[in-house]
Design a protein around this ligand. Structure first.
Ligand code: MSP
Length: 513
């Protein structure tokens, strides 16, 4: 069985400060990457920055900076955000790197060789902010300004010599591919959107520009710059040392298991990218998952609306686990979701502080007081204890399935439910009443609930890694090779060593905070 797993985030435009939308894509991908590692997969998790094109060139100019220097600086802010987000990315690619140039040039040459590229003239609408060409029927006029109906960004009329990619000739093959691979585009609503778009008929795509210079020159005609999306999408194989298709990394990890993207860039990933790959005679990724938008005050975040939420501010104030948990609990993956400070506070207080945090604290302090700070060993589990533990074990395959189908919200709901049940089990079992007359019973309760804390901590580990690692470490469970199998293991608890002190995991947030 192939135990390799390759997951990617979009590569971000270093045109300004990273915001919550970027953080969201990255956190979601990190959660899946971490989960696959728990399943003992060899994971490659890639993220990075998309540094070429007119948008970046303009932005650099506005800041009076050379584009490369401008990108060096902003790319670094994305890198440092990754650390703050606690991402476990294995690589960070920049499209200004040599390894990427090599790979893009090879893709270009392959497309030329397959006769999928020809020279002509482009005239039509272009949005610099989306780096996208739009058809007449995708553009509308609002207050005298031409706007893309799809993204709301302003478009400008472009007329220039351009190389074209024969996208029109790949429509049927793409439709067949979508049909044969039902889960290639998820969620299903996005799949339908893409199929409709392709069924309408595809036009050839302009894949080079001549009106600016910041990008990768077309081989043998450096008057032209390769279209930034052809350049950017290729990053996913550049990081695997393409064009060396015999390279171990490429062989182990291509095709990618999943590209995590926002719904705004679905067309590029689910139509253009597979068409380029088909033409280049390369295998297609297995899945593209398009998540929804994070809305702030019910609106899409944008500089002009001034409603951009800064992830760093929230992390510094409340903590990274809190932000990770909140984003994926509150926003249903695949749909748009509003976030607000009010909800963030409620979520931290209810789910994290009162539920999981409280469970760990009260059980550990009871053990400290009554069992010499060591988790009692017990073999005397009664029917209730066994049923309680079994309930989670029985659901494990279902939980794994949920994660492998990116049903993150259902997964979290179920796991948080276990934590709620564990609090209830502890209350109902009343170990404090057993400590005088029936030590055996008390030990069995503590053994059982400790196991469940360990299990819940493993399941929550991809989502709130810091807190769960603290809990597991406190229980003397090695976190280095932590994996899903540890859930079933009744012998993993250490009964000889004292629990390590567990600081408060989640501070409750008061109203005026
Ligand atoms: N550079 C391209 C992607 C190239 S991938 C080969 C790009 N970059 S971007 O910086 O504009 O945005 C990238 C991603 O950030 C979006 O696809 C989406 O995943 C995420 N988000 C940006 N704003 C967002 C929200 N408000 N909400 C959720 N995610 C959004 O497009």
């Amino acid at each position: 069985m192939n135990k390799n797993f390759y997951i990617t985030t979009p590569i971000y435009y270093p045109s300004g400060k990273p915001h919550m939308g970027h953080a969201y894509s990255s956190i979601v991908a990190d959660i899946f990457a971490r989960f696959k590692r728990l399943e003992k997969y060899q994971v490659l998790f890639l993220t990075g920055t998309d540094e070429h094109g007119q948008k970046i060139q303009k932005e650099a100019k506005k800041n009076n900076k050379d584009p490369k220097i401008f990108c060096d600086e902003i790319s670094e802010t994305f890198r440092s955000l990754n650390k703050k987000l606690n991402l476990t990315n294995d690589d960070f690619i920049r499209t200004t790197e040599e390894r990427h140039y090599k790979s893009v040039k090879e893709i270009w040459n392959r497309l030329v060789e397959s006769k999928d590229i020809y020279l002509d003239k482009y005239s039509g609408w272009y949005s610099v902010s989306d780096e996208a060409f739009y058809d007449e029927d995708e553009v509308e006029e609002i207050n005298g300004k031409k706007i893309s109906k799809l993204s709301g960004s302003s478009v400008e009329w472009v007329e220039e010599e351009s190389y074209f990619f024969k996208l029109s000739s790949w429509g049927k093959k793409l439709l067949k591919f979508y049909n044969d691979n039902e889960n290639f585009i998820l969620p299903p609503s996005r799949r339908n959107e893409v199929i409709k778009f392709v069924e309408k008929g595809l036009k050839d795509l302009s894949v080079s520009r001549t009106s600016f210079t910041w990008g990768i020159p077309v081989p043998k005609n450096n008057k032209h710059i390769i279209y930034v999306w052809l350049d950017a999408l290729t990053n996913y194989i550049s990081a695997l040392n393409f064009p060396d298709v015999n390279d171990k990394k490429y062989k182990s990890f291509w095709p990618a298991d999943i590209h995590i993207i926002g719904k705004d860039i679905l067309r590029f990933h689910a139509v253009f990218w597979p068409a380029f790959l088909l033409a280049a005679k390369l295998p297609l990724p297995k899945r593209v998952f398009g998540h929804g938008w994070i809305l702030s005050d019910e609106k899409k975040m944008s500089k002009s609306l001034g409603n951009i939420l800064d992830p760093i501010e929230i992390i510094d104030k409340y903590g990274i686990d809190q932000l990770r948990y909140y984003l994926v609990k509150e926003v249903s993956l695949g749909n748009d979701g509003s976030i607000s400070m009010e909800n963030l506070k409620n979520c931290i207080n209810n789910d994290l502080a009162n539920n999981y945090g409280n469970l760990c604290q009260r059980v550990f302090s009871f053990i400290k007081k009554n069992c010499g700070n060591k988790i009692p060993a017990s073999t005397n589990l009664n029917v209730t204890d066994k049923k309680f533990l079994d309930n989670l074990l029985k659901k494990l395959p279902h939980l794994i399935n949920l994660m492998n189908n990116q049903n993150l919200n259902e997964y979290i709901k179920t796991v948080v439910g276990f934590s709620f049940d564990a609090n209830k089990y502890f209350n109902d079992s009343e170990p404090w009443k057993e400590k005088k007359g029936n030590l055996n019973r008390m030990n069995a309760i503590l053994f059982t609930v400790s196991h469940q804390i360990k299990n819940i901590s493993i399941l929550l580990n991809p989502i709130i890694p810091d807190a769960t690692n603290k809990v597991l470490k406190s229980m003397n469970i090695p976190i280095k090779d932590l994996n899903i199998e540890n859930i079933k293991d009744l012998n993993i608890l250490n009964h000889d060593k004292e629990l390590n002190n567990l600081e408060i995991l989640f501070n409750k947030i008061e109203d005026d905070n």
